[in-house]
Design a protein around this ligand. Structure first.
Ligand code: AVI
Length: 395
């Protein structure tokens, strides 16, 4: 309960009480209008919820002291950076890469609402072995992973609370009795779903959703809080060759000495298995990749015509990556209504929409040593198709 002196003047006379046990950042205000005040009419009672200003006492301990002031409660148990605009239209990213030679796009544009739904469908496709295989590895080895990473907090990059996260949280509670779980995601809807699921399945866990980009989120975590950072699904495979080192440099700098990183990485394997995973018989992957042009049309009032393009993907053995393209079936004059910018997308010209790199786990372990991340353990499946790697931050 806030002290009287901290209650703003306009709320004076209003009864305040916390709405969630152990939830210090939101208060419910209740106001009863007494008959005299209501001019003899029936007394009315109404209640409303207001955010309580963040103070040293009510800010969760996950944030580093110097970052605390930048974060505010967006809603119960979900935090965002003051003034951050996660909905800003990414005009510059789209235009600079479309004007590049060859043309390409940054993968994050794929995830509008429809794109996120399609990706969920991909995870269940028979050809897309990644999600199932990684889940099985975590189910088998969660006990060992958590035993080797004696932490108080699990920070997941991505909204989390998939089946995979459940294995880790279950073990963390079994071995430590309590835990903090802090997923980081730009999707508030994803964080809400994660919060609801954690509240019902693991009421003992302290939940703090960080509504932010990955780097802003993990850089705010207190280095003195023993933490396991979790980055699953082989999402590192979607980073290009400049994003990849930048990501690990920033993550390593944000980790405290003795913190851990759990990384899911898809492996180099038989080309047919790889190519089928990204060219499924139901065409869901094709729809996922081409949907990005509907998203761009909406964002920038463009005129990409889906009927005039097709999906093409292949494994590039030299770069050890799947490349996913949109190819023009006929010449298209692309224009963006609000911007003075146009280009000709030539017949058969490809736009590289996404890459998905495949890894050699030992090489990856060696590489991450140069970011002060020492290999602790390597978990894999019987076919050795996917790797879950545990690293420890060396000071
Ligand atoms: C999110 N990411 C790890 C997926 C992958 O396998 O690279 C994205 C994806 N694109 C097409 N299918 C799946």
């Amino acid at each position: 309960m806030p002290s009287k002196s901290r209650i703003p003047a306009r709320l004076r006379g209003i009864h305040l009480y916390p709405i969630f046990a152990g939830e210090p950042n939101w208060i419910q205000c209740e106001r009863s209008i007494i008959p005299e005040e209501a001019n003899g009419s029936i007394p009315v009672r109404f209640s409303f919820i207001v955010p309580q200003a963040m103070t040293q006492e009510n800010t969760p301990t996950i944030f580093a002291a110097e970052k605390r002031a930048h974060w505010r409660a967006l809603e119960p148990e979900i935090w965002s950076i003051q003034g951050a605009d996660l909905d800003a239209v990414p005009t510059q990213s789209i235009l600079t890469t479309l004007w590049d030679q060859p043309r390409w796009l940054e993968a994050y544009h794929l995830y509008d609402q429809r794109g996120s739904e399609l990706f969920e469908q991909i995870c269940g496709l028979p050809e897309y072995y990644l999600t199932r295989t990684e889940n099985a590895i975590l189910e088998t080895h969660a006990r060992d992973i958590i035993a080797r990473a004696p932490v108080r907090c699990i920070v997941e990059l991505g909204a989390g609370y998939s089946k995979k996260t459940v294995h880790l949280l279950t073990e963390q509670l079994r071995q430590r009795g309590s835990s903090i779980f802090a997923p980081i995601d730009v999707s508030a809807a994803g964080l809400r779903a994660s919060r609801a699921a954690v509240r019902s399945a693991f009421p003992e866990i302290q939940f703090h959703g960080l509504h932010a980009r990955y780097e802003e989120g993990f850089s705010a975590i207190d280095k003195n809080l023993p933490t396991l950072f979790v980055f699953l699904g082989s999402t590192i495979g979607n980073f290009n060759h400049s994003d990849f080192p930048r990501f690990f440099r920033t993550l390593s700098a944000a980790m405290g000495p003795g913190d851990f990183l759990l990384l899911g990485a898809d492996r180099v394997k038989d080309v047919k298995v790889l190519e089928d995973a990204y060219n499924d018989s139901r065409g869901v992957t094709a729809e996922f990749i081409l949907n990005v042009f509907d998203h761009i049309n909406r964002l920038l009032h463009g005129n990409f015509a889906r009927a005039n393009m097709r999906y093409y993907s292949r494994y590039n053995p030299e770069w050890q990556r799947i490349e996913m393209y949109a190819v023009a079936r006929a010449r298209q004059d692309i224009r963006f209504a609000d911007i003075d910018a146009a280009f000709q997308w030539q017949k058969d010209e490809k736009i590289l929409v996404e890459i998905s790199r495949k890894f050699d786990p030992l090489r990856l372990q060696e590489q991450l040593r140069f970011f002060d991340l020492g290999a602790v353990e390597h978990f894999t499946d019987p076919r050795e198709w996917f790797s879950v790697l545990l690293f420890k931050k060396e000071s």
